[in-house]
Design a protein around this ligand. Sequence first.
Ligand SMILES: [Zn+2]
Length: 275
Amino acid sequence: MSSKIKKKNNIDVTVDYKNVTEKSPKILFLDIESSPNLATVWSIWNQNIALSQLLETSYTMCWSAKWMGSNHVMFDSVQKSGKDGVIKSIYALINEADIIIHYNGKRFDIPVLNREFLLAKLLPPSPFKQIDLYQTVKKKFRFVSNKLAHITEQLGFAGKIHTTHKLWLDCMNGDEKAWKDMEKYNKRDVTELEKLYKRILPWIENHPNMGLYMHKDRPVCTNCGSHKVQARGYQLTKTMKYQRFQCQDCGAWLRGRKMIPRPDNKENILTQVIT
Ligand SMILES: [Zn+2]
């Protein structure tokens, strides 16, 4: 089967789906650490700091990342590669990723990196899907705190490494020992992120559909890509009925896209008028 997509510039591009090979997406776990903004202040209580009081704005000090399926945890820092180098190394990695998994990265890590890319005169990286585990934790569960440190501790993981603000300042001053501690801290966040992802996988809503990356000849789980899906009841919408499934590997609930036909051809289904 092939389909023709007409592009804006009137060039016909033919996609031959027979030649699309089954390939798992490249999934990257990512966490960045930023320096604090530096400012001169007259007092410490309820300060409204003017831009003229800023000495130095925040910059990306380091990042840690890991590909799903690999044991290697990567790290780069301004100490190792300089301010430009640390941005270029993460830019290259993001360009390879199909999906990026982070914790509050939709509000923090990704916009911060976008700012860095703009300042470095880099073009937008190739598009990727995002899975922000913070959003799943906040929406699906009620923990007393949604901080990664608390969640990972509650789930019995190794937990975040405890640090103080001084670690950031020592790193900014080029302290070698502090940078070793920062590397451990940053890498631990990434390994904890992967554990959290695997644990809450069936709870993640709107997970990028693994079935679209993997052209299998049978249905696969949207969240983990397993073909072990079992038919379990029906999923009803206001006017439609679909087969429901549960993934036997991760536990996610799924539904088919084909409507279960009715003998009356839906003639006896009414729907409410909402005014
Ligand atoms: Zn699954």
